[in-house]
Design a protein around this ligand. Structure first.
Ligand SMILES: Cc1cc2nc3c(=O)[nH]c(=O)nc-3n(C[C@H](O)[C@H](O)[C@H](O)COP(=O)(O)OP(=O)(O)OC[C@H]3O[C@@H](n4cnc5c(N)ncnc54)[C@H](O)[C@@H]3O)c2cc1C
Length: 471
């Protein structure tokens, strides 16, 4: 089977773009966090939609499964193969053509493999910008961002990828192509297949191109970092500032452990006195928002505990402290990463109960918390337990749900949270999701084991292992 499949894949994309040598495959087989690892039969790198279609058709004919992969910056193990060497990784790296920026409709068309940073540059060159930004911008791709319904730093103002994807092109499991790239603002003819594919994590189709909505450039920016005594105080400050600051674009939270870890990682001195928590705020407008920010901070009684930066290097220094958290925690070990969404009203309660839950489930571990405060989205990172020891993961997700939240805010379900999905979705919702999966991918060749529990009868592939290091 392998030989004839490899021959069919070679015919589809050319010999230079079928990687079966273990050394060449290695970078595609391990996820960014180091927690998930598998081995692929091959990595294929199609150059256009027709080649993607040919790859899917070949895999379907050989009963082989496909793992779509973009920049491999996902944090839930959904973009790397599972063990067993039976899966084909389909890399979007060569779907990297930046197309037209339609100024009148403020939309950018691009291949799914175009990185976020490249798309941001193209948008700026056209006098516009993307409303989505995150620290993995140099590697994360538009296809991956759409497939995960990524959020990032600016979702507070501009929403997640779901709100920004105006259309897409995708290849379905049977090799057929669906294309909604016209960018029509109004087009409600039938089901919204674009919306269905956003957030589907490579389980319903391979996204080959996207049409991304852009926003007007707001180049006047001001950033503040505020020292606080608790996460509860941070939530109160955010709720006070939000209505007072129409130009607020970024509102991020950092806890003491993460601040210390990140400063040590960067080799930088703290811009703030020692504090239990800090909130990072960025305002963006067409004219200087510094006065508006300073006035709002004073009115909230936080002016004296804030450092404010209006010049580019000062802003970058403050933003770097927040952005480098993910790198800093990864440098300290293989973290258990839980990306939860909590209603703002109960976020302080969640934070209060979290210490006890983590200490109980993973004694001696190190808890590092930060997140997109304005969105009620916390990144709970636990350092200490081995990758396969997932008791703490389950307990944190249960706590999030007990506080009225969700098990996944922006990273997706991946292989990490398949068992936890039922905590956030009803039996009726899971039934509907399974029906969609069965209809679009009846033989389960697209990213099996991701998103939905493989034991539910949708697919017949390797059961999820609880997200351990599986090499
Ligand atoms: C330092 C760092 C910071 C981050 N910050 C944030 C953040 O602030 N907010 C946030 O939301 N995420 C964040 N992430 C996570 C990550 O960047 C996003 O999940 C991103 O959307 C992944 O894009 P990717 O191209 O790397 O996708 P990959 O990691 O390659 O894949 C992710 C998932 O999408 C699927 N997929 C990829 N491409 C396609 C395609 N063309 N068609 C169909 N399915 C596809 C894969 O199968 C997989 O399930 C961060 C990651 C890092 C490393």
């Amino acid at each position: 089977m392998s030989d004839s499949l490899l021959a069919a894949l070679t015919a589809a994309v050319g010999p230079a773009h079928v990687l079966s040598d273990p050394e060449l495959r290695a970078g595609y087989e391990r996820d960014w966090t180091g927690r998930w690892r598998g081995d692929a039969l091959a990595v294929v790198r199609p150059a256009d939609t027709a080649q993607v279609s040919a790859v899917l058709t070949a895999c379907a004919a050989h009963d082989a499964v496909i793992v779509p992969q973009g920049g491999n910056t996902g944090l839930v193990g959904g973009g790397v193969p599972r063990p067993g060497g039976r899966q084909v990784v389909l890399s979007s790296a060569r779907l990297n053509r930046v197309g037209e920026v339609a100024r009148a409709s403020a939309q950018l068309s691009a291949g799914a493999g175009v990185t976020l940073a490249t798309a941001q540059r193209a948008a700026r060159d056209a006098g516009l910008e993307l409303g989505l930004d995150l620290a993995a911008r140099d590697s994360a791709t538009l296809g991956g961002l759409a497939a995960c319904d990524a959020g990032g730093l600016r979702a507070l103002r501009h929403g997640t990828a779901r709100r920004q994807v105006a259309g897409l092109e995708a290849v379905l499991a049977d090799g057929s192509v669906i294309r909604r790239m016209s960018g029509l603002l109004k087009d409600n003819a039938g089901y919204d297949l674009t919306g269905l594919l956003v957030g589907s994590e490579g389980t319903l189709g391979v996204i080959t191109a996207v049409r991304w909505s852009l926003i007007a450039r707001r180049d006047a920016r001001a950033v503040a970092l505020v020292a606080l005594d608790s996460i509860a105080e941070a939530v109160t400050l955010m709720r006070t500032l939000r209505p007072a600051l129409p130009s607020l674009e970024v509102c991020e939270l950092m806890g003491r452990t993460g601040i210390r870890l990140t400063l040590a990682h960067l080799g930088e001195a703290s811009p703030l006195p020692d504090c239990a928590a800090a909130v990072l705020l960025e305002c963006a407008a067409t004219s200087d928002p510094l006065d508006e920010l300073a006035t709002a901070l004073d009115a909230a009684g936080a002016g004296e505990r804030a450092v404010v930066a209006a010049d580019a290097s000062g802003r970058e220094r403050l933003l770097r402290l927040r952005e480098a958290h993910t790198d800093a925690v990864a440098a300290a070990g293989v973290p258990h990463k839980l990306d939860v969404g909590i209603p703002l009203e109960r976020l302080a309660e969640f934070a209060d109960r979290l210490d006890g839950v983590v200490a109980d489930a993973a004694p001696g571990s190190r808890l590092v918390v930060w997140g997109h405060l304005g969105d009620g989205n916390l990144h709970v990172n636990v350092l200490g337990p081995a990758p396969g020891e997932d008791a703490v993961d389950a307990r944190v997700l249960e706590l999030a749900v007990a506080c009225g939240g969700t098990v996944s805010a922006e990273h997706g379900i991946g292989v990490h949270k398949v068992a936890a999905l039922r905590l956030s979705r009803s039996a009726a919702e899971l039934h509907a999701m399974r029906a969609v999966k069965r209809a679009l991918d009846p033989t389960g060749i697209l990213n099996p084991g991701v998103g939905l529990d493989p034991r539910d009868g949708v697919t017949d592939v390797i059961p999820a292992t609880g997200g351990c290091d599986i090499s």
